[in-house]
Design a protein around this ligand. Structure first.
Ligand code: ADP
Ligand code: MG
Length: 399
């Protein structure tokens, strides 16, 4: 990871104008914010800058208005929720550039906070239009990016601004980058990766990258079925991408050449129908799956063996549940391995980093989310990072 500046590198910012890119793409229902996790993630950076006396202008996108003003996607709707978390009054400005913002900056006192309008109301945002970048930058002294979740996009407010203003990583961005660096950048070895979830096709690039980086690759979930089929196992009517068995074998070959041990389930939980506690539920050897059965989870003995693999490792990166965890009892393997990883992390023998929408939900379900070293809520950006890609928003901070 190349070096980037943080808030520690700021000089005196009293009265200076900060443009702070945050993630306010909040889940809403009936005009109410239903989960304020992202606001809480932005709070340390925003409040630190306000305390230091900066005038803080928040930039964020909300939904996909595609370059038009869409009143149901105005960031004015989130002001109340943001004020509640920040414990401070927050102004709303219906523009992101131009005279209205300039006048607002004149009115703001040192330490005041304003939310600018949804950046995606302007076509230049997603096009990273230099004219828009210049117009936004004209009202500010420096730029802080605290939205790792948007860093895989080279947009005006996620990437462009970093080139025309002094640029800094916010505290959440900094924490995310430091955690990810510990997991795959400069990890303590041996390193294990768990990749699960529904399909190989959605995570091909992740798998291809990981086999060259980690010592142990644990494959679970629906995607394990494709790998099993590639090895000649009859997976019955399991979710399986038969057209990708060739690709699966190529990945296994690369793993072999790279010294990466791939762990596929040798024992599985199957049933004839996909339902909670189905009557046909049974656990069997992976070679004994009947033609009318589906593999829905990794078996308990196999999970115990995977736990033993983790005990030999110093670093773990996890994306994707091991089974169809939303339906009992197919959450058992994910919960059991998550608990082992959590215990090893608490003991200090493992650095554990996890990410992905369903993965985070599964770890909360297992009651161990707080025990992992770091949990990324960044979705797309987290997956692109797992693919080994350089994220434009991060690269621009390091330039
Ligand atoms: P994430 O959101 O963490 O990246 P994915 O979206 O890739 O994870 O995968 C999660 C989904 O995979 C869950 O809905 C889960 O039910 C499904 N899944 C896991 N194992 C199986 C399986 N054996 N058969 C069918 N679906 C599965
Ligand atoms: Mg998902």
């Amino acid at each position: 990871m190349s070096a980037f500046k943080t808030l520690d590198d700021l000089g005196d910012v009293t009265g200076k104008v900060a443009l702070v890119r945050v993630d306010l793409n909040l889940p809403m229902n009936d005009g109410q914010v239903t989960d304020d996790t992202r606001i809480r993630a932005a709070a340390p950076t925003v409040l630190e800058l306000a305390e230091k006396g900066a005038k803080v202008l928040l930039l964020a996108h909300f939904g996909r208005p595609k370059g038009e003003r869409v009143s149901t996607m105005s960031l004015s709707m989130v002001v109340g929720a943001v004020e509640k978390v920040f414990g401070k009054e927050v102004m709303f400005v219906p523009e992101i550039a131009g005279d209205v913002v300039k006048q607002t900056v004149g009115i703001l006192r040192a330490g005041d906070i304003a939310i600018l309008e949804n950046t995606r109301f302007w076509k230049g945002e997603e096009k990273n239009d230099p004219e828009l970048v210049k117009a936004i930058a004209a009202n500010a002294d420096f730029y802080v990016n605290d939205a790792f979740s948007a860093a895989h996009r080279a947009h005006a407010t996620t990437e462009g601004l970093a080139h025309v203003l002094p640029a800094y990583a916010g505290r959440s961005m900094q924490a995310e980058l430091e955690a990810l660096d510990k997991a795959l950048g400069k990890p303590e070895k041996p390193v294990a990766a768990v990749v699960g979830g529904a399909k190989v096709s959605s995570k091909l690039d992740v798998l291809k990258h990981l086999v060259t980086q980690v010592d142990h690759l644990i494959i679970g979930g629906g995607m394990a079925n494709t790998f099993l089929a590639a090895k000649g196992v009859d997976v019955g009517k399991s979710l399986c991408e038969h057209d990708l068995t060739g690709t699966a074998n190529e990945i296994l070959d690369v793993a072999d050449q790279s010294g990466c041990t791939v762990h596929l389930p040798y024992e599985v939980v199957v049933s004839k129908e996909f339902a909670a506690n189905p009557p046909s539920l049974r656990t069997c050897n992976v070679h004994e799956v009947a033609a009318d059965e589906m593999i829905l989870d990794v078996g308990p003995l196999a999970v115990e063996a995977l736990g033993d693999v983790l005990k030999t490792c110093r670093t773990l990166v996890w994306n994707g549940p091991l089974g169809a965890f939303e339906t009992v009892p197919f959450d058992a393997a994910t919960v059991a391995l998550a608990k082992t990883a959590a215990a090893l992390t608490r003991e200090g023998s493992l650095v554990s980093v996890a990410g992905g929408g369903d993965t985070v939900a599964a770890l909360h379900h297992a009651g161990v989310a707080d025990d992992f070293s770091y949990i990324s809520t960044a979705g797309g950006a987290f997956l692109e990072w797992m693919e080994g890609k350089e994220l434009p928003g991060v690269a621009a901070l390091s330039a």
